[in-house]
Design a protein around this ligand. Structure first.
Ligand SMILES: N[C@@H](CCC(=O)N[C@@H](CS)C(=O)NCC(=O)O)C(=O)O
Length: 226
């Protein structure tokens, strides 16, 4: 019997792109279901009642939420082209850097690009420190060594979305002069065929993020939402 593999996601989301990329690297066919995040479907709310967010992976009727949890599930379910290392210590380290990306790096970077000008300098400093930490961690061609692994997939946002955000915000924090190793990784990553084939169209993302930035600055709450 054919397996049921569905991804509830959104075209411009780096989180749902993580899941799609892992499935592509494994050669697992899937159906992509585009969610309207302003008007979430009853299925999404049923499958992810706690966070009410995309992505959700539905595998033979069973839902899994949270992109990093989904990536590990994918790696354990489809064994070809592993994305986690075998060694327990290396696995722990890969998980550590994914958490670092989601809990430290990403929030600091969003803030640096999207905060109002008067508060920007401090936010930029913090984001810079986190990027330096990542730059020092990158030893091989990819975080995963010679092939793309869990940390590379988790850092997809840095590889592609950051370039677009920089253009929208007209702020250059990541460039080859400040972060030569990270920028080399970005080149390798975004030009890797499975990544390249699945990235959103740059022009569409530019328009989407530009509109979101304008809405943020026009709002009274100024709450930065991913
Ligand atoms: N920690 C979550 C984050 C997912 C997330 O932030 N998804 C956003 C889209 S990029 C979302 O669904 N936002 C809708 C909302 O917050 O209502 C993960 O890794 O899956």
């Amino acid at each position: 019997m054919a397996e049921e593999v569905k991804v509830f996601g959104a075209w411009g989301s780096p989180f749902s792109h993580r899941v799609e990329l892992a499935l592509k690297l494994k050669g697992v066919p899937y159906e992509f279901i585009e969610e309207d995040l302003a008007n979430k479907s009853s299925l999404l709310l049923k499958y992810n009642p706690i966070h009410k967010k995309i992505p959700v992976l539905l595998h033979n009727g069973k839902p899994i939420a949270e992109s990093l949890v989904i990536l590990e599930y994918i790696d354990e379910t489809w064994k070809d082209n592993p994305i986690l290392p075998e060694d327990p210590y290396e696995r722990a380290m890969a998980r550590f850097w994914c958490k670092f990306m989601d809990e430290k790096c990403m929030p600091a970077l969003w803030k640096a690009y999207w905060i109002e000008e008067k508060e920007r300098a401090k936010a930029m400093e913090e984001a810079f420190e986190h990027l330096k930490t990542l730059e020092n961690e990158l030893k091989g061609k990819f975080f995963g060594g010679e092939t793309i692994g869990l940390v590379d997939i988790a850092c997809n946002w840095l590889a592609f979305w950051i370039g677009v955000i920089q253009e929208v915000a007209e702020i250059e924090l990541v460039n080859g002069e400040k972060f030569p190793i990270l920028c080399k990784w970005i080149e390798e990553f975004i030009n890797y065929s499975p990544v390249k084939e699945s990235l959103p169209h740059r022009e569409n993302l530019l328009a989407y993020l530009g509109a979101r930035r304008e809405a943020l600055f026009a709002s009274t709450s100024k709450q930065i939402i991913y």
